[in-house]
Design a binder for this molecule. Structure first.
Ligand code: PGA
Length: 252
C-alpha cells in the first residue's frame, strides 16, 4: 500500500506566538495517522528550532520550504541540508512554483536542490505544475515532463524511491480555484505512468500529493482518487481546525 502524506506549507506566515498556538491545537486534535500515513508542517527557517521542540515525540513531522543546492561555503543567506538535519527535519519542499516563478529557480536548480536534500537523508517534496497559460495552450503534460526529467537526469529514476511528488497547478494555488478531482487524477496518473515506463515498482510506491486550494470541504473528494496520495496544503494549514479536518480526510 502506498504511503499517504498531508503536508502543510506555512509559506512566509506566522510568528512565535501564533505558531505555538497552532501547533498546540494540532497536537491536541490531530487523529493518529494510520500505519502508512504521515502528517507534516513545513515552517519558515527561523522557526524550525521551536517547531522541533513542540513536535518531537508527537505524530506530526516537520520540514522546511527550501534548501540550498550547495553543501556549505560562501553562500550568504542560504541554508544547507545539514542545517535542516540539525533541526530534525524529515521533509523539504523543493521547486515550489513560487520559488520557480518569483525567485528564478530553473528545473536544473530544483534538481540540484532535490539531490542535496537526498544526500543528507531528507525527503524532498518535489513540486511540479503548469500555469493557466500553459494549461490553456495544452502543454500541461510537456511542462510536467520537463520538470520531472530534469530531476531524473541528475539523480536517476531510483532516487524517486526516496521522494514525494506534489502536483500543484499554479492556477489553483492560493486562488480558491481547485482542480477538479478528475483534472488532478488525470495528471497524477500521467505522472505515475511516466515513472512506470522507467520503473514499475517505484511508480507503484511513490506518493503523489495534490496541492492548490485544498480545503476541509474538498479534501475528501480529491483524496479518494486512485492516484492522489495526500495533499500539500497552503492557506488551510494555518488554521488548526481546517488542517486537522484535511488530515482526517486522508485517514478515512
Ligand atoms: P494553497 O497553497 O493551499 O494556499 O493553494 C498550496 C501550496 O502553495 O502549496
Amino acid at each position: 500500500m502506498r504511503n499517504k502524506l498531508v503536508a502543510g506549507n506555512w509559506k512566509m506566515h506566522g510568528n512565535l506566538k501564533e505558531n505555538a498556538a497552532l501547533l498546540e491545537a494540532l497536537i491536541s486534535n490531530m487523529p493518529k495517522p494510520g500505519n502508512n500515513a504521515d502528517y507534516a508542517v513545513c515552517a519558515p527557517f527561523p522557526y524550525l528550532a521551536s517547531v522541533q521542540v513542540a513536535l518531537q515525540g508527537t505524530c506530526i513531522n516537520w520540514g522546511a520550504q527550501n534548501i540550498s543546492q550547495y553543501e556549505k561555503g560562501a553562500y550568504t543567506g542560504e541554508v544547507s541540508a545539514d542545517m535542516l538535519n540539525d533541526f530534525g527535519c524529515r521533509y523539504v519542499i523543493v521547486g515550489h512554483s513560487e520559488r520557480r516563478m518569483l525567485f528564478g529557480e530553473t528545473s536544473q536548480i530544483v534538481a540540484e536542490k532535490y539531490a542535496a536534500a537526498q544526500r543528507a537523508g531528507l525527503i524532498p517534496i518535489l513540486c511540479v505544475g503548469e500555469t493557466l497559460e500553459q494549461r490553456d495552450s495544452d502543454i500541461t503534460e510537456q511542462v510536467i515532463d520537463e520538470q520531472l526529467k530534469a530531476v531524473i537526469a541528475l539523480t536517476g529514476i531510483e532516487s524517486l524511491a526516496k521522494a514525494v511528488i506534489a502536483y500543484e497547478p499554479v492556477w489553483a494555488i492560493g486562488t480558491g480555484k481547485t482542480a477538479t478531482p478528475q483534472q488532478a487524477q488525470d495528471i497524477h496518473q500521467f505522472i505515475r505512468k511516466g515513472i512506470a515506463s522507467q520503473d514499475k515498482g517505484i511508480a507503484e510506491r511513490i506518493s503523489i500529493l495534490y496541492g492548490g486550494s485544498v480545503k476541509a470541504n474538498n479534501a475528501m473528494e480529491l483524496f479518494v482518487m486512485p492516484d492522489i496520495d495526500g495533499g500539500l496544503i497552503g492557506g488551510a494549514s494555518l488554521v488548526a481546525e481546517d488542517f486537522v479536518a484535511i488530515c482526517s480526510a486522508i485517514k478515512s
